[in-house]
Design a protein around this ligand. Sequence first.
Ligand SMILES: Cc1cc2nc3c(=O)[nH]c(=O)nc-3n(C[C@H](O)[C@H](O)[C@H](O)COP(=O)(O)O)c2cc1C
Length: 156
Amino acid sequence: MKALVAFYSGTGNTAAVGRAIAKELGADVEEIETGSGKKPGFLSTGLSSFLNLKTGIAECSSDPAKYDLVVVGTPTYGGKMSAQIRSYIEANKACFPAKVAFFRVGGNVPGNGESVNRDMASLAGRQAVAAADFAEKEVKSGEYAKKAKEFAAKLK
Ligand SMILES: Cc1cc2nc3c(=O)[nH]c(=O)nc-3n(C[C@H](O)[C@H](O)[C@H](O)COP(=O)(O)O)c2cc1C
């Protein structure tokens, strides 16, 4: 099975989880970058996400249509997916394969993981094969590696 793991990461946590999942799956990685190549500041990050805005992203290197599985991951900002991932899904959903999965990385605010993953699936117009929720503290402690392995196992 050919898999792609696509994610945006402001400060590296979602990237760490995305790369761990990709390693388990033997998948290609698409790290979504901003159009300017610079990470937006705190206020712009939080507001654009909270207001469900889209934003400019750099051209992607992988065509999702060439994969059997696409896994999309986002940080949580203002209780929602990042504007970069909203833009990525909107731009690419027509090319997503039937098999998609989602994960989100949040701070330590409980309760919005499920809705972030559900919103990504809804925006993509797909039912997720599986979804996973990671907390920043699990990334910092290294616990995420085991969870990433378990999540990847559900996707194989
Ligand atoms: C502007 C802003 C808003 C945030 N809002 C939330 C939130 O609503 N819920 C949550 O669980 N975490 C929130 N966080 C925490 C991030 O989701 C967390 O730091 C995550 O690990 C960032 O991932 P990244 O390193 O891939 O950017 C927020 C962080 C920032 C910078």
